[in-house]
Unconditional design. Structure first.
Length: 292
């Protein structure tokens, strides 16, 4: 066998091996779950909580935690977290919403915390829709806010596209998970290999409620430009909030982030009479010549 043929076969074999490994190991690379024992007791300082367990049609159990505000509730925030740990740690962020008078419901995806079941993109979407349906039994949709953080941003967008919540808030969202993965493995056929492509951009065009996108300019994992692209998909309903200097995991450490949440959660959208604005004024591109 000629040397060049054996070399090509070797390279091809390595490529196929990497493809197979990527397909079967992507769950371990994408999800970083923290598992909790069934008898684990959630406890947060100055927070009132109630734990829920929701059984799915395939026998899985989705564990969730509801945080209650002090005083009268304005509605509920369904907080869809990132790809790591469990609601044990993510629960610390509930205060950012309860302080504004909102209930917060956080759920663990399959295999996270106390939640059980075989994980897949289809199964997680189905689980979250069931959670949303349960919320609708007690809360009207015009009082439900969907908040998706990082990995959860795609699932939150999918939910918003199928339902009619009060608003959708995306925190450090990706254009699609396939696009993020392509930055690290551009030589691989990711469209065929990815079990979780999560095409946020496809789902966003069907969202009919106000959309708020929050992103840091120094995010190295999911680039800021992905939110700029997302903001252009449904521009009439979308507002992009930029955290100058914010990274992927530290937006909550910026005062501007909390000011943005305050504006989003407490300010009702205003209907502007565009006829009273300069929207139709066009700057002339021609230079005016002086008469001799």
């Amino acid at each position: 066998m000629p040397y060049w043929v054996s070399t090509v076969l070797l390279v091809l074999g390595i490529y196929i091996a990497i493809s197979i490994a990527l397909y079967y190991l992507q769950d371990y690379m994408l999800f970083k779950p923290e598992k909790l024992p069934k008898d684990f007791q959630f406890d947060y300082e100055n927070q009132v909580t109630k734990e829920y367990n929701l059984e799915t049609r395939d026998g899985a159990v989705i564990n969730g935690l509801r945080f209650f505000p002090k005083g009268e509730s304005k509605g509920v925030v369904l907080y869809l977290k990132g790809n790591s740990k469990s609601i044990k740690g993510w629960g610390k962020f509930a205060v950012d919403f309860t302080r504004h008078g909102y209930n917060v419901l956080m759920v663990d995806y399959r295999g996270f915390g106390k939640s059980t079941g075989k994980r897949s993109q289809k199964a997680i979407k189905r689980d979250l829709q069931k959670v949303y349906d349960k919320l609708k039994e007690r809360t009207s949709e015009d009082q439900i806010v969907l908040y998706g953080r990082s990995l959860g941003s795609g699932f939150a967008t999918k939910l918003a596209s199928l339902n009619d919540p009060k608003m959708l808030i995306l925190d450090a969202p990706y254009y699609s998970l396939a696009k993020v993965a392509a930055r690290y493995a551009s030589f691989m056929p990711l469209s065929l290999l990815l079990k979780y492509p999560l095409p946020t951009y496809k789902w966003l065009k069907y969202v009919q409620c106000p959309i708020h996108i929050i992103h840091g300019t120094h995010d190295k994992l999911i680039l800021y430009k992905s939110s700029v692209k997302l903001a252009q998909i449904n521009p009439k309903l979308t507002k992009l909030h930029t955290v100058i200097g914010g990274g992927h995991k530290n937006l909550n450490n910026f005062e501007s982030y909390h000011n943005m949440l305050d504006d989003i959660l407490n300010t009702e959208p205003k209907n502007i009479d565009l006829e009273t604005t300069s929207i139709n004024v066009i700057h002339s591109s021609k230079k005016t010549r002086k008469k001799a």
